[in-house]
Design a protein around this ligand. Structure first.
Ligand SMILES: [Zn+2]
Length: 253
């Protein structure tokens, strides 16, 4: 067998076993196909900023910066953090930003069975809905770790799994210039940017990112808006789901 052909065959096998690619899907497609979304459509100059791991003590400062620019973002929060930062969470709920589910206590969900995955997701959804009046329709797995059980459980709860295409690893606290340069140099139409709450350098980088990309013509919208989620599509999807875990018993939806 020729070497080139062997390499081609290997690539084909790898592709076959790597599962469906993440892509620019709309909300319904993401739910129905159990595929994670890592960017939006490349047709418009829209970018979605996402903030994981809140609420945190710096949440009010972050909200104030976004407010200054008139930008709405998507926050993926952990339910168990709310106990310590209730006032910050209340502020977020009242802010009009989009709030998604980042699990209860930030475990690696790909190591859990479906029952435990639901136990991580449901109470966080309840908290968000009680506080904001919005049932979360977006889910981000902690560590970006998911498998078909994780994505399937989230989907049956009416949530699309959202990844990203730009990750400056701001949680490692590189300098604000590094964070800003990383995001600005990679930003493209449909980008979903992963940032984290609780890091001062991220807050310093944010105005640089917003000023620069807005001057280039980009506009910032939420992930849900990017996926064409509104209005009312998700509720229809949830109602049509044949849920295997007896939602009426679990109080889902
Ligand atoms: Zn996280």
């Amino acid at each position: 067998m020729k070497r080139g052909y062997t390499a081609y065959l290997l690539c084909a096998i790898l592709l076959l076993y790597s599962g469906p690619p993440a892509g620019a899907l709309d909300f319904n497609e993401a739910i129905e196909t159990h595929v994670a979304v890592n960017h939006g459509p490349s047709t418009d100059m829209y970018i979605a900023l996402t903030f994981d791991d809140g609420p945190k003590p710096l949440t009010p400062e972050l909200l104030a910066i976004l407010d200054t620019y008139g930008v709405r973002a998507t926050f993926f929060i952990c339910g168990s953090f709310v106990d310590d930062w209730q006032a910050e969470f209340d502020l977020l709920c009242d802010s009009g930003h989009e709030i998604g589910n980042h699990s209860w206590s930030h475990p690696n969900l790909s190591w859990l069975c479906e029952y435990d995955i639901i136990e991580q997701l449901q109470p966080t959804n309840d908290l968000i809905e009680d506080c904001s009046g919005q049932y979360p329709q977006l889910f981000r797995p902690p560590y970006g770790a998911y498998n078909q059980y994780v994505i399937g459980a989230a989907g049956r709860m009416g949530m699309a799994t959202i990844m990203w295409d730009i990750d400056p690893k701001d949680w490692k606290d590189p300098g604000p210039e590094y964070i800003a340069d990383y995001v600005i140099s990679r930003a493209t139409s449909g980008s979903i940017v992963l940032l984290h709450e609780g890091h001062p350098n991220t807050l310093t980088a944010l105005p640089i990112i917003l000023d620069t990309l807005m001057a280039e013509g980009y506009r910032f919208i939420t992930v849900g808006e990017m996926l064409g989620l509104y209005p009312g599509i998700a509720r229809k999807v949830r109602n049509e789901i044949d849920y295997p875990l007896k939602p009426e018993e679990r109080g889902l939806f």
